[in-house]
Design a protein around this ligand. Structure first.
Ligand SMILES: [Zn+2]
Ligand SMILES: [Zn+2]
Length: 129
């Protein structure tokens, strides 16, 4: 994916490994990701096009608190490169251009652990499928 929109980091305690580590944040129009630099746990967010009820809802329910960050990016709508507000929670991810207010909404899609593969083949029998 050559498109580059948001690319930033946020240093905080990882909910998965418990380390204080950089959480790498990437977003393009098709997908957003948050990746722990310590354990590799990755959360994937996918676009959510409807806007209903999105503004003003700041739930902190979930394993993460809500992060409110700022990142420089080039807006697809107004074409200006400048600060974008990021709001990242356990179930949502939004980016908003400060220049024109254009907002991308994403919703949580899935989580996976990219590193530390399970050491299988020793004790567990093959899965039945
Ligand atoms: Zn981690
Ligand atoms: Zn803009």
């Amino acid at each position: 994916m050559s498109e580059r929109f948001i690319f930033t980091r946020h240093r905080t305690r990882c909910y998965h490994c418990g380390e204080i580590a950089d959480q790498v944040i990437k977003a393009v129009s098709a997908q957003a990701q948050v990746i722990c630099s310590a354990c590799g746990v990755t959360r994937i967010f996918v676009p959510r096009f409807e806007n209903a009820g999105a503004t003003g809802v700041r739930t902190s329910i979930g394993r993460y608190g809500v992060w409110e960050l700022e990142a420089g990016a080039r807006c697809k709508n107004c074409g200006v490169t400048g600060p974008h507000d990021l709001v990242i929670g356990s179930s949502h991810f939004t980016t908003r251009c400060r220049n024109c207010g254009y907002t991308h909404f994403y919703r949580f899609s899935l989580e996976y652990v990219a590193t530390c593969p399970i050491d299988d083949g020793v004790s567990a029998p093959p899965a039945p499928w």
